[in-house]
Ligand binder design. Structure first.
Ligand code: ADP
Ligand code: MG
Length: 369
């Protein structure tokens, strides 16, 4: 996706919900897109799927999927791509599941839309997919209606449906927001595991940076329809460059701070899209704001010596960049150490139980982290 611009003409003016967003998702990679509500995450994903509601439309830029220009694709080509090559799951499965059909039949329907499989084979595949997403007694549960299932189980059904045609890209828009914390973790773990199994790319959209800390490979931080920071997860968590990313990180509840009730909050709120500051969109809320930030808009720039891009004048300063590079090096040392420990742990487990069938156990152990 390059320089995507998506606009909604309204009576009061044109709302530019996505304003020049560029990022790529590689096969097998989990890319998290994070940002407060209203930052343009859902509009970005709906633009990819070409599912924007009128009068919303893509006003500029390009979206390429597997070498194909999605913005130039015909509607019937898009119908072929949706569900078969790019699948999407949403926050509230009830809005995507049809209450009057059994969940198994709905998966069968999804499968048969994109293949000429017989009903019987599609049913078998549906049951198999329910098993893959961890639904107990899938033969029986396939005959359930959506309302007979819990929220977590319904989200598993949605994932089963999304994966039933073996997509290359899964877009998950706030897939765990409606669920309680334990179930959230289980669903994320499932997405993580299925990414490995299906070697698909995942675009994980969330307002909660805590959600991405475990599962993402790379993170894109959005603010007011723009990317303000991007980078490899470990680097970004270790040393956030943009003051907005830092604010988001400080707002994640931590287990250690259970005693302290007051959680950090970024002051102020997202500006009205029809009345944006003339300088940096974050300037009114930023703890490191300068005169220049109020006058000029920063560009998204690569930070040499890191995997990062950042949209902030702070990194025009060589000392800030040097600091960032130093912190990045440290982050990689810590990461390498953690990975070595992990390998050692796996090696120990392998030695202790000696044998080939252990791999399964080890994989499970990895997932729990
Ligand atoms: N149908 C619409 N009409 C007008 N503006 C819209 C519409 N949908 C979204 N927007 C604008 O796009 C912005 C981004 O929305 P969205 O992508 O849903 O945010 P997020 O998913 O990050 O919470 C919103 O703040 C709103 O200003
Ligand atoms: Mg959204």
């Amino acid at each position: 996706m390059h320089d995507l611009v998506t606009e909604f003409p309204t009576r009061k003016g044109v709302v530019r919900a996505v304003n020049g967003v560029s990022f790529d998702v590689e096969p097998g990679e989990i890319l998290a897109v994070v940002g407060e509500s209203g930052s343009g995450k859902s509009v970005t994903s709906l633009s990819i799927m070409r599912l924007l509601q009128d009068p919303g439309h893509v006003a500029g830029g390009s979206i390429t999927f597997d070498g194909k220009d999605l913005l130039a694709a015909t509607e019937s080509e898009m119908e072929q791509i949706r569900g078969a090559q790019i699948s999407m799951i949403f926050q509230e499965p009830m809005t995507s599941l049809n209450p009057v059909y059994r969940v198994g039949d709905q998966i069968v329907e999804a499968i048969r839309t994109h293949s000429d499989m017989s009903k019987k084979d599609a049913w078998a595949r549906a049951v198999e997919m329910l098993r893959v997403v961890g639904i107990p007694s899938p033969e029986e549960r396939a005959r359930d209606f959506p309302h007979q299932m819990s929220g977590g189980m319904r989200q598993r059904v949605m994932i089963a449906m999304a994966l039933s045609c073996d997509p290359k890209l899964l877009i998950a828009d706030e897939p765990t927001t409606a669920l309680d914390v334990t179930i959230q973790a289980q669903i994320l773990e499932l997405i993580y595991k299925l990414r490995n199994e299906f070697n698909m790319a995942v675009l994980l959209i969330t307002h909660d940076l805590g959600v991405v800390s475990e599962v993402a490979d790379r993170v894109v931080v959005m603010y007011c329809g723009q990317v303000v920071e991007e980078g490899e997860k470990f680097e970004l968590f270790e040393y956030p460059l943009h003051p907005y990313t830092l604010g988001l990180l400080r707002s994640i509840p931590r287990l250690e701070d259970e005693a302290s009730e007051r959680l950090y909050m970024i002051k102020g709120s997202v500006p009205n899209p029809l009345d944006m500051p003339s300088g940096c969109p974050f300037s009114d809320r930023c703890e490191r704001v300068t005169e220049r930030c109020r006058r000029e808009r920063p560009e998204l720039k690569e930070v040499p010596g890191t995997t990062r891009r950042v949209r902030c004048f702070l990194y025009d300063d060589e000392a800030e960049v040097a600091h960032a590079v130093e912190a990045t090096e440290k982050a990689h040392v810590v990461k390498a150490k953690l990975e070595a420990e992990e390998r050692e742990r796996i090696e120990r487990a392998r030695k202790m139980s000696g044998g080939a069938e252990v791999t399964v156990e080890i994989e499970e152990e990895e997932e729990v982290r």
